[in-house]
Design a protein around this ligand. Structure first.
Ligand code: FES
Length: 244
């Protein structure tokens, strides 16, 4: 199989595609195939392809490639690291690029800087807790429906695919997931106004785009975060302005 891969020495230089050929093991993952290409590049004394990965289990949000034009590739609800080569059995070429968004600049090759998302999370995606003895698990009762709602939004792994898929480069799905997750729990209520204001201000400071309700974000989200997160974020932001 041919791998057409984006190569870019650093953030300042222009990038280009290079093509590599590999005898593919259908049971290998896509990232293992890139590892194999890298081994051969190193043996040839060439620079290996830089790309992000960590857990390779679909839970950390570190990986992220645009594969054949789609963030995280053609298989729905699947992170890049969970793609296997049998998904590409019918094709003889695969095109691999980094996530493309002004707010996630390329560091090298297919590796991008996602720190803007971390700064948005830091602006309010948490609850402040006092130190001291750990409260009994049953002291705050949470209805099962609410717990499940919070869990569904908490499934966001912050991979940035939503930003990469959006024609506006919007981070509304990511931000909304954090806000909606904490809103579903009583522990998230005391800081709900400052959280919404802080996080929305930060997405503006980082120059993420606005949302035009096209839903590209949810289509590529490996964790199926719904646009209900965006609605929750908008409601919470308006509420925070009123209560302020
Ligand atoms: S490497 Fe952790 S989600 Fe892909």
């Amino acid at each position: 199989m041919k791998f057409k891969v984006w190569r870019q020495a650093n953030a300042q230089s222009d990038g280009h595609f290079e093509t590599y050929e590999l005898h593919v093991d259908p049971e290998a993952s896509l990232l293992e195939s890139l590892d194999a290409i890298n081994e051969s590049l190193v043996h040839q004394g060439k620079s290996p392809i830089a790309f992000d990965s960590d857990c390779r289990e679909g839970i950390c949000g570190c990986c992220g490639l645009v594969i054949d034009g789609v963030p995280h590739g053609p298989v729905p609800k699947t992170t890049t690291c969970q793609l296997h080569m049998h998904h590409f059995a019918k094709q003889d070429e695969i095109v691999i690029e980094p996530f493309r968004a002004k707010t996630m600049p390329v560091i090298q090759d297919c590796m991008v800087d996602k720190s803007a998302l971390e700064r948005v999370a830091k602006a309010g995606g948490f609850v402040s807790v006092r130190t001291g003895q750990q409260p009994d698990a049953n002291t705050i009762l949470i209805p099962r429906k609410k717990a499940e709602e919070a869990f569904n939004f908490a499934a966001c792994i912050g991979c940035g695919a939503c930003v990469a898929a959006c024609s506006n480069g919007s981070a509304h799905l990511f931000t909304g997931a954090k806000i909606a997750q904490l809103l579903a729990l009583p522990q998230g209520h005391p800081e709900r106004a400052s959280r919404a204001r802080g996080m929305v201000k930060q997405i503006q400071n980082e120059h993420f785009g606005g949302c035009s309700n096209e839903g590209e974000c949810t289509a590529v989200c490996p964790k199926e975060i719904s646009t209900g997160a965006i609605a929750a974020m908008t409601r919470e932001y308006i509420r925070s302005l009123v209560t302020n």
